[in-house]
Design a protein around this ligand. Structure first.
Ligand code: UD1
Length: 356
């Protein structure tokens, strides 16, 4: 059996890494395709090194563009690779443009698709990722879900039950595998960044960072909160390119730094008193680690992080943000409980399904 993996953007790398490892352990022939959706060393290369993923067999180098341009570029560059490599199954990950683009190419050529992290729904179609999720899941032949809400969403959309496999969370496989390494590097990172008590911030979603009317009030509240607890803010290129001047005007307790590598960011999440974010994956990682997570979104496609994890949806309610932030500081915070199948073996389950 030959399995071809398609990855393209930062959150794909930590999902593909453990599946690649699980299949390698079982002697499966694999091909790794990197679309190049993310291309800065800090957004891509450093993850391949830290996650111990081999260099891609094929790099499509598509780069940035509008959604249509990027999706179309991936499709036209991926098609000849797929025809040449003739895999038995293609695995796509998560909900980024590379995911849906590769799935469309496979579906048109009749190549089997496995979707890892299937079934998640925010029910918000203004979010580009929701469109990517809906389309990819309609096209996929094998759907691997991280939580049972995913199974229910898929069944409701008419996906046959026998195509759906609840396997657990592959990103947590990676977290569990690399946590000892992240712990080992934390003292050096702590010294380098002079960290005592701190909070961690990430913001990159277009709905938060593209418009001044949305982003600047958000930044003002974070600037205010950082006077109570210093905040470390690794800035995504999308946010940095747009708001460098405004970020530089904040008080020194709101400290912007470059995007971090996987191990460094994991260590920061584990040791932060609170995380404020609009990321999807960080809601999950903080839930596993037991770090309070305040999500600056109106909805989440990962509801289990609210019911069983440490996540609180803040939307744009700044009073709620202030009160949840203070609660986290006082130790009066939401505590998570165990999440089913977030146990480090989701990738093994995927490998076993594929071999069957
Ligand atoms: C993409 C995903 C999003 C995911 C995020 C993680 C889609 C629709 N969105 O969003 O789900 O949460 O990745 O980071 O697929 N840029 C660089 N260097 C890079 C990559 C991007 O400077 O290596 C800049 C460019 O200005 C680019 C912008 O970031 O136009 C946005 O990049 P893009 O890949 O379109 O989307 P993300 O916002 O990163």
């Amino acid at each position: 059996m030959t399995v071809l993996h398609v990855v393209g953007a930062r959150p794909n790398f930590m999902k593909a890494a453990p599946v690649y490892r699980a299949l390698a352990q079982r002697g499966v022939t694999q091909v790794l395709v990197h679309t190049g959706q993310h291309y800065d060393a800090q957004m891509s290369d450093v993850f391949f090194q830290a996650l111990e993923i081999p260099a891609p067999d094929e790099s499509l180098n598509v780069g940035s563009g509008s959604h249509a341009q990027q999706t179309a570029a991936i499709m036209s560059k991926f098609e000849p690779v797929l025809l040449a490599r003739k895999p038995d199954v293609v695995l796509v990950y998560g909900d980024v443009n590379s995911t849906v683009a590769a799935a469309l190419v496979c579906a048109k050529l009749g190549v089997k698709i496995g979707h890892v992290e299937a079934g998640l729904r925010s029910f918000d179609r203004t979010m580009p990722e929701e469109i990517n999720r809906l389309v990819t899941d309609q096209l996929a032949d094998i759907l691997f879900t991280p939580s049972t809400d995913g199974d229910e969403n898929l069944a409701r959309e008419g996906v046959a039950r026998e195509k759906i496999f609840f396997v657990g969370n592959v990103m947590i496989d990676t977290l569990i595998h690399f946590l000892p390494k992240a712990d080992a590097l934390y003292p050096a990172l702590q010294q380098e960044l002079s960290l005592q008590n701190f909070g961690l911030v990430t913001l990159h979603r277009p709905s938060n960072v593209d418009e001044a009317g949305t982003f600047l009030p958000m930044l003002k509240v974070l600037d205010e909160l950082s006077r109570d607890l210093p905040l470390i803010f690794p800035v995504h290129p999308r946010t940095r390119d747009k708001w460098t001047q405004e970020l530089n005007k904040c008080n020194p307790n709101l400290r912007t730094i470059a995007p971090q590598g996987y191990l460094e960011f994991l260590a920061l999440q584990k040791n932060a008193s609170v995380v404020v974010t609009d990321s999807g994956g960080i809601q999950e990682e903080t839930s596993y680690l037991g770090t309070p997570c305040l999500t600056l979104r109106e909805n989440t496609e990962r509801p289990i992080t609210i019911t069983l994890g440490t996540n609180v949806l803040i939307g744009r309610d700044w009073n709620l943000l202030r009160s949840e932030f203070t609660k986290a500081l006082n130790g009066n915070r939401k505590r998570g409980s165990e999440l089913p199948f977030w146990d480090g073996h989701a990738s093994d389950r995927i490998a076993e399904v594929l071999l069957r």
